[in-house]
Design a protein around this ligand. Sequence first.
Ligand SMILES: *[C@@H]1O[C@H](CO)[C@@H](O)[C@H](O)[C@H]1NC(C)=O
Ligand SMILES: *[C@@H]1O[C@H](CO)[C@@H](O)[C@H](O)[C@H]1NC(C)=O
Ligand SMILES: *[C@@H]1O[C@H](CO)[C@@H](O)[C@H](O)[C@H]1NC(C)=O
Length: 411
Amino acid sequence: MLKILCSIRRPSIYLKYFGAISLVIFYFTFLFRESLHAYEINKGGSNLYKEENRPKSIPKRSRLALGRRYPEVNNNPRVITTRTLTTVNPIYEYSEELHSAIENELLARKSHLWDVCIRENIIGIYPPNAWEFFLSPGHNLVWCNVFKAASSTWMYYFNILGGYDIKYLQRTKTSPLELARKRFPRPKSSELIDSLYNSVSFLIVREPFERLLSAYRDKLEGCRNKYYKVLGKQIVRQFRNDSELKRHNTGPTFKEFLLFLIQSYKTSKPFDEHWTPVYKFCTPCSINYTLIAKVETLQRDTDYIIRQAGLEALLLGKLPKSRMRKISNRAAHNTRGLIEKYFSQVDRKTLDEIINIYRLDFELFNYNLTKYYDIVQPIPTTTPAVRTTSSTTPYSSSSSSSIASSTRDVS
Ligand SMILES: *[C@@H]1O[C@H](CO)[C@@H](O)[C@H](O)[C@H]1NC(C)=O
Ligand SMILES: *[C@@H]1O[C@H](CO)[C@@H](O)[C@H](O)[C@H]1NC(C)=O
Ligand SMILES: *[C@@H]1O[C@H](CO)[C@@H](O)[C@H](O)[C@H]1NC(C)=O
């Protein structure tokens, strides 16, 4: 009886023991495997990590800082040099081909710039305006702020780096520049030089006459700001005679604005920061910037800068939608039509003189001037006799037809 009972109870006990023991074994096997795995990774050079877990596109070390392109000016004591870039943050995946295409273009920009600096013999000639820079030593970022060239976009980024809340930035009425200067005070020359060495340094340039026109439309045509209202009145008084002044008592025309610039240039008066030539303002032949971004490729260049500085987590995709729309609009339409509208009021002599002021900006940053000669009014012919025959001369007929066709084409 007992035996029978035992034989019935035994198997269930065995089963219980068996279950418990196998659970324990399973648990220890698991622990062992885990620690083995951790050991493999710690050992470094684990195959597991190498082949499967590595992000697919760790970009190659940046070539922007490699020196082989500028043998003649390498180690020129008059040029302030920036650090060699070695860190590229691989948090976000992006195409390596795209990356190297951008990098090649940025290298070409730099190499072109230094070629022009050498050709024009202006290396180290203009002293840097440290005052105008934004340094964020904590983020290894140095920006020379060219007004009217995407400055509000990067002011926004710097305000984020300065620790302002994004919601606050969108709501506040305080000017972004004022906010930014509270967190990034104007640096001394020595501070600039120190931080240049170890930072990603950049400036953003724009087609010089588009920048000029944008400054005119923003500051003088509308005449909203008190300071520029006064300046506008001065310009009008200087370049409009009394009979004209009686008929049009408005702000300065674009041509009057250009005449004012020409006059200021001839008499060596200081230029407003909104229209100072970039070669004097950010002194790209005296500072070896890590890269030169352009408004025309702003989105792409900006993302590149953010990645080079390793600030993806802080800045990438942080621009509000309205601002993004503004950027793409500005690039797309408007500007070309506006250029034709305003420069067609300008005569050839004025154009030549204004080119004289901004020629270096066109050359250093590789912008093309040709179209302006077609847009402006041709040089007036002096005598009536010449005027009657002028329509048959090849020069004026071709230029007038090209004005007509070019206005049609773009609008
Ligand atoms: C700019 O800096 C890079 C790397 O830091 C260097 O190789 C290059 O020669 C410098 N260019 C000039 C003009 O100093
Ligand atoms: C004023 O300027 C207009 C156009 O530039 C010109 O036609 C006119 O003769 C000028 N008047 C005087 C008094 O100079
Ligand atoms: C500038 O543009 C014109 C056409 O608009 C072109 O014929 C000319 O070759 C360009 N110049 C340079 C230096 O690229």
